[in-house]
Write a protein of this length. Structure first.
Ligand code: CP3
Length: 346
């Protein structure tokens, strides 16, 4: 069991529901197209080239920490990096997202999904080590895509709003669905564990699209697989686990039960309602609407203060957006939000 590094950081303390003078703040997608320095270093490099280059990965991960002074870094990678590492033919198309050359539809397709080991991702181990060394006192969050969200990309072949082929497999061939998710759980669990063992202080499991499912189906088709992925991290390390999805108001408690310390809340549900649904055993993360970063400062300031106030009613609160930073966001507004949260100590 690896002890959690930076156990006294605000992030780890808030995640463990220990008292903190103010909430830690970081932003999903804080490293990315909203930053001119990101666009500059990415010029002429594909997303996968950047993800497989430890120097570049380290630089991109550090950029938002330097610029905004956020209380945590998130490792620069993508949820499909471990799928590509085991041999899946997947591309990251700018402005679109992951595109899978041959979508997964039959049992024979499982042969294209071998188990992930640390040897598949040496550049991740190297980049996490370098990043952690350069971050000093700022914790690094490792992450993976959850089985449902990864399965959706594999089965649909790309981004989908309706997830029709994914649901067709889930309802029509449950055994194949469970076998696919079992492999994806191993991949997600290993990917997070590798990052934690290389020095990440926390991990986040992104089940971005699972809000497309009713509670009953989450329970019977998804929860056990996310539980396995999070359980692999818990067995190997004691880093806190964050579990996030979009449109998951109905699923929050089940996502906590799947093995989270912190449940991510999107902007559709108030933190007070989230705490009601979750009870005392979980910290919450969120939940400023990323679109509000385009609103006048007075409006934004009021919302940030409201969220920090609501977070004080939670057993633990990590300030974040309700989903990722939009590419057109003015980065100086993000810096100002960080300064405001930092000024709101008790
Ligand atoms: C669903 C999902 C994906 N990837 C991810 C998720 C879960 C988070 C969420 O719900 O938003 C996770 C992800 N992807 C990326 C990060 C890195 C770090 C960070 O959050 O700052 C993280 C945490 C980098 C990236 N991943 C991607 C980019 C953009 C590609 C580029 O800059 O060339 C980045 C910075 C590509 C990608 N990959 C994916 C999408 C939807 C896209 C965007 C497509 C686009 O609009 O161009 C799949």
């Amino acid at each position: 069991m690896n002890a959690s590094p930076l156990a006294d950081s605000l992030l780890v303390r808030a995640a463990r529901r220990q008292p903190v003078p103010r909430p830690p703040v970081w932003f999903m997608r804080q490293a990315g197209r909203s930053l001119p320095e990101y666009r500059a270093v990415r010029e002429g490099t594909t997303m996968f080239e950047a993800c497989r280059d430890p120097e570049l990965t380290t630089e991109i991960t550090l950029q938002p920490v330097r610029r905004h002074g956020v209380d945590a870094a998130i490792f620069f990678s993508d949820i499909v990096v471990p799928l590509a590492a085991v041999g899946v033919d997947v591309d990251l198309v700018a402005g679109v997202g992951p595109v899978v050359a041959e979508p997964f539809r039959t049992r024979a397709d499982l042969d294209r999904l071998p188990a992930l080991t640390a040897e598949h991702v040496p550049y991740v181990v190297e980049a996490v080590r370098q990043t952690v060394a350069e971050l000093g006192d700022t914790p690094l969050i490792g992450f993976a895509g959850a089985p449902f969200t990864l399965a959706s990309y594999l089965v649909e072949g790309g981004p989908s709003k309706s997830h029709e082929r994914t649901k067709a497999m889930m309802y029509g061939d449950p055994q194949l669905w469970h076998d696919l998710c079992d492999r994806l759980a191993q991949i997600a669990g290993t990917y997070m564990t590798v990052q934690a063992q290389a020095g990440a202080s926390a991990v986040q499991l992104f089940d971005s699209w699972v809000g497309a499912l009713p509670r009953r189906v989450y329970e019977s088709c998804v929860q056990e697989h996310s539980r396995r992925a999070l359980g692999m991290v818990a067995e190997a390390t004691d880093v806190p686990r964050i579990h996030f999805g979009v449109g998951t108001g109905e699923l929050l408690h089940l996502m906590g039960e799947a093995g989270a310390d912190v449940v991510g809340v999107d902007y559709r549900v108030s933190l007070l309602d989230a705490v009601d649904r979750l009870g005392p055993s979980y910290a919450v993360q969120g939940n400023l609407d990323p679109a509000l970063l385009f609103a006048p400062w007075e409006v934004l300031e009021r919302e940030v203060r409201r969220i920090v106030d609501e977070g004080r009613q939670a057993p633990g609160h990590v300030f974040n957006l309700g989903h990722g930073v939009l590419p057109a966001t003015d980065p100086s507004v993000l810096t100002r939000v960080v300064e405001l949260v930092h000024s709101l100590g008790q």
